[in-house]
Design a protein around this ligand. Structure first.
Ligand SMILES: *Cc1c(COP(=O)(O)O)cnc(C)c1O
Length: 398
């Protein structure tokens, strides 16, 4: 049977691993398998590979080599940054500031800390998903120890004013963490210029392997360990290193940051043609997120009168991979906390679709979606009693 061509438009959920990255990793499974904590020379090879990768990550962020720590992914980096700073600074204060639109790795870490006696302020966002620097400044008290605001949102693609938020935190002597998992490769990052004290990233969101990430910790930041055990990662993150993963992360971040403007322009061109076409062909549709300050590959769109989940099933039927929002919300009937925070009414947020473009896409994919999606939406609307009633009412109005 001929293999069906898949159109992958879910790059915010994960990406394929670049063949170049896989090639870089392979020798570290078979030939160079030594435990870097051992003394013999085959171990030295793996130790050197870790440090090369650390330099690659540091270079991509404008950080120093010894400010990069490898973790098991974005979730661990977020947990470590938030719980680690909270525990190490609890004598100074117990107040943390975040936003309502964070990834669950951040929100659930904050909720965990609330049970442990910390107080958390969840900043609102405007209708485009933007956090206001003035709101942040007003929320800071003399008990505040950490501000954690994501760099770019995984559902609606909005890019937050990170340098400005970081400057406010610094002015008040409060640590500033950002979850930059969605931003790497799409936005240039400079942790020094942007006043960032801690930054989370994850390789599988920029064409690297899954299960490996990093946390940037600025020199001098007081942070407690999350994992206790051996002395790896300068005694800060115990556990034998995931060498192939670390090597893959280093190569992937090097490739992802080599030509950010070129990559962004290519992806945004496909994205813009898709958005224009959808809005032309499908009535009662609206784009969520910021009109300009958004990730180049992100489209989040709401279609009135229908369910996002039903759209996904029909798209999957013809080999199109998309999402309704965050992978964690998919499968449940909970409306997206991000869309609700932007003020979108519950019933409209149920009809939302996220298409995230990237290197798995060719311009021809846009044409396929523009052919299929209008048919799917109109078919579902034909079955929707709400849509029929509204159409009838609108006809009677004129
Ligand atoms: C994917 C993602 C995470 C989690 O990263 P994992 O490596 O999958 O644990 C955290 N934050 C954001 C914004 C993400 O998109």
């Amino acid at each position: 049977m001929a293999e069906r061509r898949i159109i992958y438009m879910d790059h915010a959920a994960t990406t394929f691993t670049r063949p170049d990255v896989v090639s870089a990793m392979l020798p570290y499974f078979t030939e160079h398998f030594g435990n870097p904590s051992s003394v013999y020379s085959i171990a030295r090879v793996t130790k050197e590979a870790i440090e090369r990768s650390r330099i690659q990550v540091a270079t991509a962020l404008g950080a120093e080599q010894d400010e990069i720590y490898f973790t098991g992914g974005g979730t661990e980096s977020d947990n470590w940054a938030i719980k680690g700073v909270a525990l190490a600074n609890r004598k100074r204060g117990n107040h943390i500031i975040t936003s309502k639109i964070e990834h669950h790795a951040v929100l659930h870490s904050c909720q965990f800390l609330e049970k442990e006696g910390f107080e958390v302020t969840y900043l609102p966002v405007d209708r485009n998903g933007m956090v206001s620097p003035e709101d942040l400044e007003k929320a800071i008290t003399d008990r505040t120890i950490l501000v954690t605001i994501m760099y770019a949102n995984n559902e609606i693609g909005t890019i937050e004013p990170i340098a400005e938020l970081g400057a406010i935190a610094r002015k008040h002597n409060v640590y500033f963490h950002t979850d930059a998992v969605q931003a790497i490769g799409s936005v240039p990052i400079d942790v020094k210029a942007q006043n960032i004290d801690l930054l989370s990233l994850s390789a599988h969101k920029f064409y690297g392997p899954k299960g490996i990430g990093a946390l940037y910790i600025k020199k001098g930041v007081r942070i407690e360990n999350l994992l206790h055990g051996g002395g790896q990662e300068k005694r800060r993150r115990a556990g034998t290193e995931n060498i192939p993963g670390i090597v893959g992360l280093g190569r992937a971040i090097e490739l992802a940051t080599a030509d950010i403007p070129g990559h962004s322009a290519r992806v945004a061109a496909m994205r813009d043609r898709l958005v224009t076409g959808i809005l032309e062909k499908i009535p009662y549709a609206r784009i969520n997120g910021h009109p300009e300050k958004r990730l180049p590959g992100n489209i989040n769109i709401s279609f009135e009168f229908i369910e996002g989940e039903s759209i996904l099933i029909w798209l999957d039927d013809v080999g199109i991979c998309a999402s309704t929002g965050s992978a964690c919300t998919s499968g449940s009937l909970e409306p997206s906390h991000v869309l609700l925070a932007t003020g979108l009414p519950v019933e409209i947020s149920h009809g939302s679709l996220r298409l995230t473009l990237g290197d798995a896409n060719k311009p021809g994919d846009v044409d396929v979606i523009l052919d299929v999606l209008p048919k799917v939406v109109s078919k579902l609307r034909e079955m929707s009693p709400l849509h029929q009633k509204t159409e009838k009412d609108r006809r009677c109005d004129v």
